[in-house]
Design a protein around this ligand. Structure first.
Ligand SMILES: Cc1cc2nc3c(=O)[nH]c(=O)nc-3n(C[C@H](O)[C@H](O)[C@H](O)COP(=O)(O)O)c2cc1C
Length: 191
């Protein structure tokens, strides 16, 4: 059996930010389970939103018709992975702009290709709006017909400055359990 893999898209522009730290906790459990991991940073990239040209569907491109920014590379990474984590800081009670570009363009052009892959949302916030950002990520997994394992709490952590989330013990525990549940589901699906 080939090695299972999980790609995590990080919507934060901060390299060592809280979102990255949350992802790393999940990764540590996945790696211990022998699952290959890769973090792809979307935050801080120059990306365009969906322009509603419809070419991806009309021409069955299985990618976005806009090919002048990193989004098609991200879409390829999604298609190539067994599990997909979408992780974002909360910005004005929602996901970051770059994460939304991935959701809109990746979801519209190839959601059928993600069918029965394993997905998980992760969000970080200082105080408010985490649930709304979480739900924005969950809607992507739902309409893409992906399998979403839960954890011991919803996958969110609290903090403002980079590293603050390390003090959110429940968030770290939730990330460990998420990694464990994700690995379990991946193994069952690929047994
Ligand atoms: C433009 C902007 C908007 C933000 N909006 C919110 C918000 O609506 N709610 C909230 O709790 N925190 C908000 N924050 C704080 C971030 O979510 C918080 O600092 C988070 O830890 C950042 O994650 P990172 O370290 O991975 O970048 C905002 C931060 C920025 C820069």
């Amino acid at each position: 059996m080939s090695t299972l893999s999980v790609v995590a898209f990080n919507g934060s522009p901060r390299m060592e930010g809280n979102t990255s730290r949350m992802i790393r906790v999940v990764f540590s459990v996945l790696e211990a389970e022998g699952i290959a991991v890769r973090e792809v940073r979307t935050g801080g990239s120059k990306v365009r939103g969906c322009v509603a040209c419809g070419r991806c569907r009309i021409e069955n491109l299985e990618r976005c018709a806009l090919d002048d920014d990193p989004v098609n590379g991200w879409i390829d990474a999604m298609k190539g992975a067994d599990g997909i984590i979408l992780a974002s800081p909360t910005y004005f009670a929602n996901v970051t702009t770059e994460m939304k570009a991935l959701i809109d363009r990746g979801g519209y052009s190839c959601k059928h290709l993600l069918h029965r892959k394993v997905g998980a949302p992760i969000v970080v916030a200082r105080r408010g709006g985490a649930m709304q950002a979480y739900n924005a990520l969950m809607t992507f997994f739902g309409i893409a017909q992906m399998v979403v394992p839960g954890s011991s709490y919803w996958n969110m952590g609290y903090g403002l400055a980079p590293g603050d989330v390390e003090n959110d013990e429940e968030a770290l525990e939730t990330m460990k359990n998420l990694g464990s549940n994700m690995a379990w589901v991946l193994r069952k699906l690929h047994a």
